[in-house]
Design a protein around this ligand. Structure first.
Ligand code: CTP
Length: 416
C-alpha cells in the first residue's frame, strides 16, 4: 500500500512529466496516477499508443492533465500542428522524466530494441539520455511477466539506464493470480517522488524506532502513550527516498509502511530493545524516535484482573525499562564511529536546556528536541537539532519535509 505517513504536499512542484500509456487493462489506473501527479504539483503531458486508446479514451486523460493528449493521430511521430513538426523532439526535451505506466511486455521489448514506430517509443529513443530519465511501470499477465524474454528485457533495460518500478502481486484482470499487476497509482506516486530525492544515504543502513510501546498489565489492559509514530515513519520514508536500506522497528501504530522499508512490529519496550539491538549490529545510522515507556508493571497478570466487589484497587508495582538509545549508543559500533546515533527528546518545557542535557546523558552526537504535546498525532512539527557544535532550529513544517531536512543535516558514517 502507498504510504499514508504524512501525505506529501506539492512534492513534484516544477516537475514536468511525460506520462506514456501503452496498451493494457492497467490503463484505467493511469487515470488515477495522472490525477495524483497533478495534485502533487507536476505538469503532466500524456502520450498514448494506439493500443492504449483501446482501453481508455484520450478525453479522460486530457481532462485530468488539463492538456491535449498526444495519441494515435500522432502515431507516425510527425505533427503538422507543431512548428517544427517534431513532437518527439519537443516532448522529450522539456520533460524532467518520462514515465511509462502501464508499460506492456510488447512496449518493453520495443524499448529494448530501440524501435521507434510510434510517437511514444520514438520520444523515448529521442530523449537526451543524461538529462531525461525513463521510468517504467510494467503491467502484464503473470506468465508474460515471468517469461525469460521479459526478464531478459528488463535486465537489459536497467543496464541501459531505465528505472523499473517493479510490479504488484495478486488477482489479475485475466482471472489468474500472481506477479505482474501494475503498482497502484499512489505507490507509483511515492516512487516518482522518491526518484527525484537526492540519494545522500545510498549504501547506508538506517535503523529507526517509532511509535509508543505498550506495557501489559494483564491480557486486556496496559500502559501506553500518545505517540502516533508519524515522525519516525516520516524519517524511515525520507531515509529510503535518500537511497538507504531502512529497518523500522515500530510500536503499536496504525500507519502503513513506507515503500521499500522493512518493518518489524513490536509491542513492549523489552521487545523493541531486543529487535533494535539485534539490527543495530548491521546498521550505520540509528535514529531513535520511539516514545518508549519508562516503566512497565513488575509482573503482568496472565489472567484479567477482576474487581472483587470490595472497592479495593490493584496495587501495581513498576520496574524501569531498558534504555534502548543509551544501550545502542554505548555499543562498540557506535563508539568506534561505525554507527551514528540520533536521539529525540519529547519535552513539555525548556526545550533547549532539556535537549542539551539529554544529548549528554544519552551520549549521542545529535539530539533532536521537540515539544511532545504540540506534535503528538499531528502531521507537522518543529525541531531543534542539538550537537556538540551548536543548535539549529527547523521551523514548523510537515513531518516528512522535516525528516528530509534532518537526514540531510548530519555527517554520513564512513566505516562499515
Ligand atoms: N529512549 C529509548 N529507550 C528508553 C527511553 C527513551 O530508546 N527506554 C530514547 C527515545 O527514543 C528518545 C530518547 O531516548 O530518542 C529520549 O527519550 P525521552 O522519552 O524524551 O527521554 P527519557 O530518556 O525517557 O528521559 P525523561 O523521561 O527523563 O525525559
Amino acid at each position: 500500500m502507498a504510504s499514508d505517513t504524512l501525505l506529501p504536499m506539492n512534492d513534484l512542484a516544477g516537475k514536468h512529466i511525460v506520462l506514456g500509456l501503452s496498451g493494457g487493462i492497467a490503463c484505467y489506473k493511469a487515470a488515477e496516477l495522472c490525477r495524483a501527479l497533478v495534485k502533487e504539483g507536476a505538469s503532466v503531458q500524456v502520450v498514448m499508443t494506439e493500443a492504449a486508446e483501446q482501453f481508455i479514451t484520450p478525453v479522460t486523460l486530457q481532462a485530468l492533465s488539463n492538456r491535449t493528449v498526444y495519441g494515435s493521430h500522432n502515431a507516425s511521430g510527425f505533427d503538422a500542428r507543431e512548428s517544427n513538426g517534431m513532437p518527439h523532439i519537443n516532448l522529450s526535451r522539456e520533460a524532467d522524466a518520462i514515465l511509462i505506466a502501464p508499460a506492456s511486455a510488447d512496449f518493453m521489448a520495443k524499448l529494448l530494441h530501440g524501435r521507434a514506430d510510434d510517437l511514444l517509443s520514438l520520444l523515448c529513443l529521442a530523449r537526451p539520455l543524461d538529462k531525461v530519465p525513463l521510468l517504467i511501470a510494467p503491467a502484464m499477465n503473470r506468465e508474460m511477466w515471468a517469461h525469460p524474454a521479459t526478464q531478459r528485457n528488463m535486465t537489459q533495460l536497467q543496464a541501459d539506464g531505465t528505472t523499473i518500478f517493479g510490479v504488484g502481486s495478486g488477482d489479475q484482470a485475466c482471472g489468474e493470480t500472481g506477479d505482474g499487476r501494475m503498482l497502484e497509482p499512489l505507490e507509483l506516486l511515492d516512487d516518482v517522488i522518491a526518484f527525484f530525492q537526492p540519494k545522500r544515504l545510498a549504501g547506508q543502513h538506517v535503523l529507526v524506532t517509532a511509535g509508543p510501546t505498550f506495557e501489559a498489565i494483564d491480557p486486556v489492559r496496559g500502559i501506553t502513550n500518545l505517540s502516533s509514530g508519524k515522525m519516525g515513519f516520516a524519517i524511515a520514508r525520507a531515509a529510503r527516498e535518500a537511497g538507504a536500506q531502512v529497518t523500522l522497528v515500530a510500536g503499536p501504530v496504525h500507519l502503513s509502511t513506507p515503500r521499500g522499508v522493512a518493518r518489524i512490529n513490536v509491542s513492549s519496550a523489552q521487545d523493541m530493545f531486543a529487535a533494535t539491538v539485534a539490527h543495530a549490529q548491521h546498521a550505520t545510522i540509528f535514529i531513535a524516535t520511539a516514545a518508549v515507556a519508562d516503566w512497565r508493571p513488575a509482573s503482568a497478570s496472565s489472567h484479567k484482573i477482576k474487581k472483587d466487589g470490595s472497592g479495593a484497587t490493584p496495587q501495581l508495582a513498576f520496574v524501569e525499562n531498558p534504555d534502548i538509545l543509551a544501550a545502542v549508543a554505548k555499543s562498540d559500533r557506535a563508539q568506534s564511529g561505525k554507527l551514528f546515533c540520533v536521539g529525540f527528546a519529547a519535552e513539555s518545557q525548556n526545550l533547549l536546556e532539556n535537549s542539551q542535557a539529554k544529548r549528554l546523558k544519552k551520549n549521542v552526537p545529535l539530539l533532536v528536541g521537540n515539544i511532545g504535546p504540540a506534535t503528538f498525532g499531528q502531521d507537522d512539527n518543529a525541531l531543534l537539532l542539538v550537537t556538540a557544535h551548536g543548535v539549529t532550529e527547523l521551523a514548523r513544517d510537515s513531518k516528512l519535509r522535516l525528516a528530509r531536512k534532518l537526514i540531510a543535516s548530519f555527517p554520513i558514517p564512513t566505516g562499515t
